[in-house]
Design a protein around this ligand. Structure first.
Ligand SMILES: Cc1ncc(COP(=O)(O)O)c(C=O)c1O
Length: 382
């Protein structure tokens, strides 16, 4: 039986944009614009402008954006990189793929890096810190940048879940040496497959990143001297991880709607907050506010409660699909050999959080329905 309120609804967004998307894809196919063409170049420029960074490098995933950020910064064997345990595994994998050691610390009440734990995790081998702006909320970047500066650490932001989120008026992805973004379909800005992005203000890093994602070759549009084109010069050993031009075309169509979609997410968060905050057993994300330190974009609307599993079953039975990120913390995943980390907050969170449906196409009636089901659960079981 289809859900009354599915957790994501890709076909609905597509049907709303069908003409524009179809026209874009057909035009790219007809012209044969498949690799590093106009759409890729345009998206790199426009998304970097949206974020407020000087350079934008399209990649084939957020994971590669994280891997390349560290690689380009010279992070490698013998280095330690501090990040959180409560994140998508790709953050940690990106450190391991650079042959550095991931050092996992715990998160605070807002599911983001607990800055109070950062300094004690620093050793002489620490080279960088990767704050993860989870669920569309920025980390406390004042605290993180202050400690990083004091200890000479590089900051690489995992902004995969934070397109458009702000801290003190500054956009996620503009604090560190780089910001890494993901356009996985369920993201705030999602493509029809995989792609990612790196933002940076550093021209030297940018140049290295453009090369890294394209097997060490310089794309024509990046050449200052047209003579370079005939050289076919390989500048370094790189990877095959260019942003797909068709995905870039899709993202160019969607980028026009991004601000409107972010506003709608905040509107839905406001409704959830207004109508669920009276249930004392539930912990909700902070409501959207203006003029505060945090401008959240609600990539996920995560609620927290002791009776999580019973509520998830109840919602499911009533036609509401939910998602749990993550039921098994990364340091409990045996294959990853991270069980030497003790992360009590992360462990508690894994038993208590669930994400409610949150996407701009949700109708107010659907949001009200989810709220009603939760109230019903409250009446029956609490
Ligand atoms: C916090 C975080 N980091 C990294 C990634 C990796 O991005 P991608 O799936 O585009 O490789 C994701 C994507 O889900 C994520 O949520």
């Amino acid at each position: 039986m289809p859900y009354k309120v599915p957790f994501v609804n890709y076909p609905l967004q597509y049907s709303n944009l069908k003409k524009e998307i179809d026209d874009k894809i057909q035009s790219l196919l007809s012209k044969g614009d498949l690799y590093l063409r106009e759409d890729c170049i345009k998206f790199e420029r426009d998304f970097a402008t949206f974020i407020g960074s000087k350079f934008g490098i399209g990649t084939n995933s957020g994971t590669d954006a994280l891997i390349f950020s560290q690689y380009a910064a010279g992070i490698g064997k013998g280095d330690e990189v501090i990040t959180v345990g409560h994140t998508y595994v790709a953050t940690i994998a990106s450190i391991v793929h650079n042959h550095a050691a991931p050092i996992l610390i715990d998160v605070g009440e807002d599911y983001n890096m607990n800055v109070d734990l950062l300094e004690e995790a620093i050793t002489p081998r620490t080279k960088a810190v990767i704050p993860v702006h989870l669920n569309g909320r920025c980390c406390d970047m004042d605290g993180i940048m202050r400690i990083a500066k004091k200890h000479g650490l590089l900051v690489i932001e995992d902004a995969a879940q934070a397109v458009g989120a702000k801290f003190n008026g500054r956009t996620a992805g503009t604090f560190g040496i780089t910001g890494a973004f993901s356009f996985y379909p369920a993201k705030v800005l999602g493509c029809y497959g995989d792609s990612g992005f790196i933002t940076t203000d550093d021209p030297i890093l940018a140049e290295r990143l453009y090369l890294l994602r394209d097997n060490g070759e310089k794309a024509k549009y990046l050449m200052k001297d047209p003579e370079e084109a005939s050289d076919k010069k390989i500048y370094l050993f790189g990877f095959n991880s260019v942003m797909d031009n068709i995905q870039a075309g899709v993202l160019n169509v969607k980028l026009k709607y991004l601000t409107k979609w972010l506003d709608r997410r905040r509107e839905i968060a406001k409704i959830y907050h207004e109508e669920l905050s009276e249930i004392s057993e539930l912990r909700l994300p902070p409501p959207p506010t203006t003029n505060s330190k945090y401008h959240d974009v609600y990539q996920n609307y995560v609620i927290r409660l002791k009776e999580r599993d019973r509520l998830v079953d109840f919602l499911e039975k009533n036609g509401v699909e939910t998602m749990i990120s993550w039921k098994t913390p990364n340091h409990f995943q045996k294959a990853l050999k991270l069980d030497h980390f003790k992360l009590p907050a992360t462990e508690r969170i894994s038993n208590e959080v669930v994400s409610l449906p949150m996407y701009p196409e949700l109708t107010n009636q659907q949001v009200e329905y989810v709220i009603d089901v939760i109230h019903k659960f409250h009446k029956e079981f609490w």
